[in-house]
Ligand binder design. Structure first.
Ligand code: APR
Ligand code: PHB
Length: 399
C-alpha cells in the first residue's frame, strides 16, 4: 500500500488529523491496534475547550456534540466548605467549555471516517514504523493473518503515551521532561443525576475531589488517592462515603448518590518529549505529551496538535514548502508548555501533598482565596480553562 500520510492510532489526535487531511484532499491510512468497540467504549476525559468544539463543528462532526454536549459557562472552586463560582463566559467575552465524553468524540470521528471510505484498520497487530529518515517511511502491521506494509510520505505518530512511534525514535534525539505526582485519581461513573449544572473542583483537608458529569443522568466523580491505589481496596460504600465527605459544602450542596457503573484509578504525570518530530515522523497528542487531568487539557492538546499538523501538511502538498513542517514542533510546544504549566498549577493548588507542612497548606488556601476574589486571577483561570487562542486559523486548513 501507498499513502501520503500514514497515521498510527485512532484516538482523537489521529482521527481528527485524518479528517482534516481528508477535507483537504490528502490521502491517509489509519492503523489502530484495538478493536472499534474498545476505542468507543473506553471512558476517558470529557471537557472540550471552546476552540475544540468549534473545530469539530467546522469539520462537520458537531451533530452529536450539538445534541448531547453540555455547555458550561462557569465552574466552581470549593474550599473550606464553600463553593465559589467563576463566570468563565463573562470573563472571556462569551467563551465556555462543553462536557462531552472523549469516547463520544471518537465515535463521531470514526463514523465520519467510515463515511469517507478511506482506510482505517482496527485490530492491527505488531505495528512497527521504520525508515523514518528516508523519503518514504513505512508502517508495517499484521491484519487478519496477513502482513501489510504502507509506504508513506510522512507518518503521524498519534498512538498515545504507550504507543510504538515515540520509542522508534533513535536514542538521544528526544529530550524528555517528566514529573510524576505522589497521588492518583480514583474515578467513578455513577447512575445519578448531576446535582450541579457545572463542575466543582474541591480542595479538602482529606484530599482533592472533583464533581463532573456525562449526561443529565450520569455523574462523573474523582477522588485523590495514593498513586497505584488498588481499586479493590475501595468498596462502593467507601467511595461514596469519601466523595460526600470531601464534596458536601456548608450550604448543604452534595452530589446525588447512585449505582456505580464503572470505577478505576489513574496515575498522574506531566510529560513532554521534544522535539515532536524526527525525520518524517511527527508525534501528536499523548504520544508526545501527557498532562495531569486537573486542567482538563489532554484531549484539547491532541486536537490542537492535529490542527497544526494538518496546516503544515496542507502547506507542503500545496506549495512544496517544508516551512510549516519545520515549525510544527515549536508551534505545538508553545501551547503544550502553557497547558503543562496550567495543569501543574491547578494540580498543586488543589491536591493535598503528602509532604506538605502548615506553610504549604496556608499558601494553598491564600492562593484559593485570591483566585476566588480577584477578577484578574479569575480571568486568568477562565481564559486558560476555555482555551488560549490558536496560532493556526481554521481558514488556513480550508475550513
Ligand atoms: N499501534 C496502533 N495504535 C496504537 C498503538 C500501536 N502500537 N498503541 C496505541 N495505539 C492506539 C490506542 O489504542 C489509541 O486508540 O492509539 C490511540 C491513541 O489514542 P489516545 O491514547 O486517546 O491519544 P490521543 O489521540 O493523543 O488523545 C489524547 O487521550 O489519554 C487521553 O487525556 C488524554 O484526552 C487525551 C487524549
Ligand atoms: C471529566 O469529566 O472526566 C473531567 C472533568 C474535568 C477534569 C478532568 C476530568 O479536570
Amino acid at each position: 500500500m501507498q499513502t501520503q500520510v500514514g497515521i498510527v492510532g485512532a484516538g482523537p489526535a489521529g482521527l481528527l488529523l485524518g479528517h482534516l487531511l481528508h477535507l483537504n484532499g490528502i490521502d491517509t491510512v489509519v492503523v489502530e491496534n484495538r478493536d472499534r468497540e474498545y476505542v468507543v467504549d473506553r471512558v476517558r476525559a470529557g471537557v472540550l475547550e471552546q476552540g475544540t468544539v468549534e473545530l469539530l463543528r467546522a469539520i462537520g462532526v458537531g451533530a452529536g456534540l450539538e445534541r448531547r454536549g453540555l455547555r458550561h459557562e462557569g465552574v466552581y472552586v470549593s474550599f473550606k466548605g464553600c463553593r465559589h463560582r467563576i463566570d468563565m463566559a463573562e470573563l472571556t467575552g462569551g467563551k465556555a467549555i462543553t462536557v462531552y465524553g472523549q469516547n463520544e468524540v471518537v465515535r463521531d470521528l470514526i463514523e465520519a471516517r467510515a463515511a469517507t471510505t478511506r482506510p482505517l484498520y482496527f485490530e492491527a497487530q505488531d505495528v512497527r514504523v521504520g525508515d523514518l529518515d528516508a523519503s518514504t517511511p513505512v508502517i508495517r502491521f499484521r491484519h487478519r493473518d496477513s502482513e501489510h506494509e504502507v509506504r508513506c510520505d510522512f507518518i503521524a505518530g498519534c498512538d498515545g503515551f504507550h504507543g510504538v512511534c515515540r520509542p522508534s525514535i533513535p536514542e538521544g534525539v528526544l529530550t524528555i521532561h517528566e514529573r510524576t505526582y505522589p497521588f492518583g485519581w480514583l474515578g467513578i461513573l455513577a447512575d445519578a443525576a448531576p446535582s450541579s449544572d457545572e463542575l466543582v473542583y474541591t480542595h479538602h483537608d482529606r484530599g482533592f475531589a472533583l464533581f463532573s458529569m456525562r449526561s443529565p443522568t450520569v455523574t462523573r466523580l474523582y477522588l485523590q488517592v495514593p498513586p497505584d491505589e488498588p481499586i479493590e481496596r475501595w468498596s462502593d460504600d467507601a467511595i461514596w462515603d469519601e466523595m460526600l465527605r470531601r464534596m458536601t459544602t456548608s450550604d448543604g450542596w452534595t452530589p446525588n448518590v447512585g449505582q456505580i457503573l464503572q470505577k478505576g484509578v489513574t496515575p498522574m504525570r506531566s510529560f513532554v518529549a521534544a522535539p515532536m518530530r524526527h525525520g518524517r515522523l511527527f508525534l501528536a497528542g499523548d504520544a508526545a505529551h501527557i498532562v495531569p487531568p486537573t486542567g482538563a487539557k489532554g484531549l484539547n492538546l491532541a486536537a490542537s496538535d492535529a490542527l497544526v499538523l494538518a496546516r503544515a501538511l496542507k502547506s507542503f502538498y500545496e506549495t512544496g514548502s517544508a516551512e510549516w513542517l519545520d515549525r510544527y514542533s515549536a508551534i505545538c510546544l508553545r501551547r503544550v508548555w502553557k497547558a503543562q504549566r496550567f495543569s501543574w498549577w491547578m494540580t498543586t493548588l488543589l491536591h493535598r501533598l503528602p509532604e506538605e507542612d502548615a506553610f504549604d497548606h496556608q499558601r494553598q488556601l491564600a492562593d484559593l482565596d485570591y483566585l476566588t476574589t480577584s477578577r484578574a486571577a479569575m480571568t486568568s483561570l477562565a481564559e486558560q480553562y476555555v482555551g488560549l487562542p490558536s496560532e493556526v486559523s481554521f481558514e488556513s486548513v480550508g475550513l
